[in-house]
Design a protein around this ligand. Structure first.
Ligand SMILES: Nc1ncnc2c1ncn2[C@@H]1O[C@H](COP(=O)(O)OP(=O)(O)OP(=O)(O)O)[C@@H](O)[C@H]1O
Ligand SMILES: [Mg+2]
Length: 253
């Protein structure tokens, strides 16, 4: 049985897709059969890794229109990496989550149970917010890791998330673990960033720091793994590589 990890904070633009995609690539590079499930109606993870739109998407699977194996596709540029995609344009995941998901809150949990024998590591990229879709994804996971940006509103967001997650775990009988926080786009030269790190690093969480690194955005534009992308011979910063490896080692421990 593989392990399933989600990256989530209800706040938008904190690096959920960037970190989940980079960690999926890290796991695949290490030889583990890895599945990235795009649970975001925006479909950002899918447009990052897929040039062409496949025949089926996640919402087809959860509505019983096809089997998981019909919708899961391999990512051509990254060996060992597979994706269960969501189409950002014309996709039906948003519509499904607004109309039918209320009656089937365990649909993603059931899906993960069905496919977890086929993958060593499963990573979910979630949409911002804490609505039905995000709640049903969170209870399908063994662990959730919270990415945040080094700003005070993200710190507030973390407090809100901790509170909401406790309610979700109680109401939906989930034992999802939450022990890691990632401060993304961190610059140690900035005093405010160091202060946010100190506030988050209060003994309740393992706190990781991922630097500002332009290679993330460039690799997303190029449809590549950040670890493989080179811009005029220059790839990810050494600090970024180390941070991703540290995070990888902890989440799959
Ligand atoms: N460490 C980083 N250094 C530089 N740019 C980054 C870093 N992390 C993320 N970005 C960039 O910030 C933007 C937002 O990141 P991303 O899309 O991963 O956030 P998100 O939390 O998934 O957003 P949403 O809430 O919309 O799903 C992207 O353009 C991404 O390339
Ligand atoms: Mg995203």
């Amino acid at each position: 049985m593989g392990k399933t990890v989600a990256f989530h904070l209800q706040k938008g633009g904190v690096g959920k897709t960037t970190i989940s995609g980079a960690l999926a690539c890290e796991s695949a590079h290490q030889g583990f059969s890895t599945l990235l499930i795009d649970v975001d109606p925006q479909g950002n993870a899918s447009s990052w890794f897929l040039k062409n739109t496949p025949e089926f998407e996640l919402s087809d699977v959860i509505q019983g229109k096809c089997f998981p194996s019909d919708a899961i596709v391999s990512i051509p540029s990254v060996k060992n990496l597979y994706i269960l995609p969501t189409f950002g344009i014309g996709g039906t995941l948003k519509n499904y989550s607004e109309t039918k998901l209320a009656e089937e809150p365990y649909v993603l949990q059931d899906l993960v149970k069905e496919i977890s024998k086929d993958f060593k590591h499963i990573i979910m990229d979630l949409s911002p917010g804490l609505g039905r879709l995000e709640r049903s994804a969170l209870i399908a996971c063994d662990e959730v890791v919270t990415p945040m940006t080094p700003e005070v509103f993200s710190l507030d967001g973390l407090e809100i998330f901790i509170d909401e997650l406790a309610k979700i775990k109680k109401n939906l009988r989930s034992s999802v673990e939450h022990s890691c926080v990632v401060i993304n786009s961190y610059d140690e030269r900035i005093k405010q960033h160091r202060e946010i790190f100190s506030a988050a690093d209060n003994g309740n969480f393992k706190v990781f720091r991922i630097p500002v690194d332009p290679v993330f955005r460039k690799s997303q534009e190029a449809g590549r793994a950040p670890q493989d992308y080179k811009d005029r011979g220059r790839g990810l910063k050494e600090k970024t590589i180390v941070a991703l490896k540290e995070l990888d080692a902890v989440i799959w421990r």
